[in-house]
Write a protein that binds this ligand. Structure first.
Ligand SMILES: Cc1cc2nc3c(=O)[nH]c(=O)nc-3n(C[C@H](O)[C@H](O)[C@H](O)COP(=O)(O)OP(=O)(O)OC[C@H]3O[C@@H](n4cnc5c(N)ncnc54)[C@H](O)[C@@H]3O)c2cc1C
Length: 458
């Protein structure tokens, strides 16, 4: 039974088998799991190839994760950094988009197991990404959310804004001080960006808006287990980032591994830090789909891939992006970044083209163009092929690269306008708390009753 038609490609459902067939011949079927950087750029690179592409994602949008922290800190709105996958691939006749949860990969039968039905493939590109890791303490997640999805970002935004509102309401000075303390766990790029952005909201955007509290007195504490920030950056840039954060008023603490988290309290050894909101930016865990391939995975659950990114023993399956454990020419593990994912997506599309032409695949070589992290207004650090930048120049480079990397003219325009507005006025355009206190209390009560029931990872 035909169930629909998208881009000239009819979807056929036979029992539990979901098949996607072209109108005329049936060229090889490439299934891509994940519409993030790796999956989406692979799909686009396959546009002119004689293949049928089905991109499956549990969400209907591609998300520009590098700017998520700006949604979490009220600079941008969710729609500014997300774009419907269906709209992005609208003009690609060989591509079909399916909104579905992938539950497993049946590598032997060459089928993707969906929440409803199965999807057969000739080639599979598994690009389901990663989510946060709590180092065996998933029970901390409700009290210290990580930043991975738009839901995470709006939830963190809500917690930060609600903490200030509650601080304004309370008459207890000790409780007020606790509510105006914000703890960020993890001193990598996301932790640094979050800590800097929260300090900026408190010192600028909220400074004049309250009668009883002085938001500029808010404490922002960044906890890092190692003895420096930004481990992927040269030490000199990490020190500059630390100095900039300190200038913004962030308390940067090293060798401060978190030992427990309860509602509103973070424990570091003997010390208990009461906080209005706690954010987790400390660990990464690959999508559980990688393990369902049955091959070797690393400690973070990433699939250890062959040099051409195929899964060992399965030349028709490629694993890309944050879900792949791949190495550069010197044997150094590739980082979980957008450029790695994008380049892997494109390289795999080229390898599929080679396979179709009867040629051998080529190993993946990463073109490393550098690392960047922003700290706040006029302040960022960048390591571009050995050229080390900091301050305003790095910040301008960061802003330009991120605007250009966004997908869609609308998003580029809106983000540019929002940034100019925030820069000139020191204001945050998206300072919205979108849930009533009563509704949230009900959700939190349910979560507290079942603290171990974790959300499905991204
Ligand atoms: C807060 C944050 C900030 C970052 N900042 C930067 C930065 O500044 N620079 C940089 O280079 N990198 C940054 N990164 C890392 C970068 O975003 C990732 O490396 C990149 O997104 C990886 O791409 P991917 O395609 O492998 O996975 P993702 O982009 O995560 O995409 C995975 C996709 O798979 C889908 N999916 C997952 N599981 C399933 C399932 N079971 N069924 C169906 N669909 C599924 C998801 O919905 C998602 O769309 C940041 C990441 C985060 C979280």
């Amino acid at each position: 039974m035909a169930t629909g038609e998208t881009n000239g490609v009819a979807k056929m459902e036979t029992g539990t088998m979901l098949e996607v067939v072209g109108k005329e011949a049936t060229p090889p079927h490439v299934v891509i799991v994940g519409g993030g950087f790796a999956g989406l750029y692979a799909a686009k690179a396959l546009a002119d190839q004689p293949v049928r592409v089905t991109l499956v994602d549990r969400r209907n949008h591609h998300l520009f994760q590098p700017l998520l922290y700006q949604v979490a800190t009220a600079v941008l709105s969710p729609a500014d950094i997300a774009q419907p996958i269906r709209a992005i691939l609208r003009d690609q006749p060989n591509a079909t988009v399916l909104l579905a949860e992938v539950e497993a990969i049946d590598a032997e039968r060459r089928e993707v197991v969906l929440d409803e039905g199965r999807l057969p493939f000739d080639y599979l590109l598994l690009a389901a990404g990663a989510s946060h890791a709590y180092f065996g303490h998933d029970e901390w997640e409700p009290f210290a959310p990580g930043l991975k999805s738009l839901e995470d970002a709006t939830e963190i935004r809500r917690r930060i804004l609600v903490a200030f509102e509650e601080a304004e309401r309370t008459t207890d000075p000790a409780r007020r001080a606790d509510l105006m303390t914000f703890v960020v766990v993890g001193g990598g790029p996301t932790g640094v960006e979050m800590a800097g952005a929260i300090a900026e909201i408190a010192r600028y955007a909220l400074a004049e808006d309250f009668q009883r509290i002085d938001p500029t007195k808010a404490r922002v504490i960044l906890l890092e287990a190692a003895d420096r920030l930004l481990l992927a950056f040269p030490a000199s840039l990490a020190q500059k980032a630390e100095r900039e954060l300190t200038r913004l008023g962030v308390e940067v603490r090293f060798q401060s591994a978190v030992t427990a988290i309860e509602p509103g309290v973070v424990h570091v050894g003997e010390e208990a830090i009461a906080a209005g909101a706690v954010m987790w930016a400390a660990g990464v865990r690959a999508s559980p789909l990688g393990r369902t391939l049955g091959g070797e995975v690393d400690r973070a659950g990433r699939v250890i891939v062959a040099p051409d990114l195929s899964a060992p023993g399965h030349p028709e399956i490629f694993v890309l992006g944050d879900l792949a454990s791949a190495k550069d020419a010197k044997g150094k593990p590739l980082p979980g970044t957008a450029p790695v994912a994008i380049q892997q997506g494109r390289a795999t599309a080229a390898n599929i083209q080679r396979r179709l032409a009867g040629q051998p695949t080529q190993p993946f070589h990463y073109q490393d163009r550098g690392n960047m992290a922003t700290i706040g207004r006029n302040s960022a650090v960048a390591d571009i092929k050995g050229l080390r930048l900091s301050g305003l120049l790095a910040w301008l480079a960061w802003a330009m690269i991120h605007v250009f990397a966004l997908i869609g003219f609308r998003n580029r325009l809106v983000v540019s306008i929002q940034w100019i507005y925030s820069y000139l006025t020191y204001q945050r355009g998206a300072r919205l708390i979108t849930e009533t206190a009563a509704k949230r209390a009900a959700v939190e009560a349910a979560a507290a009753a079942s603290p171990l029931s974790t959300r499905a990872g991204d």
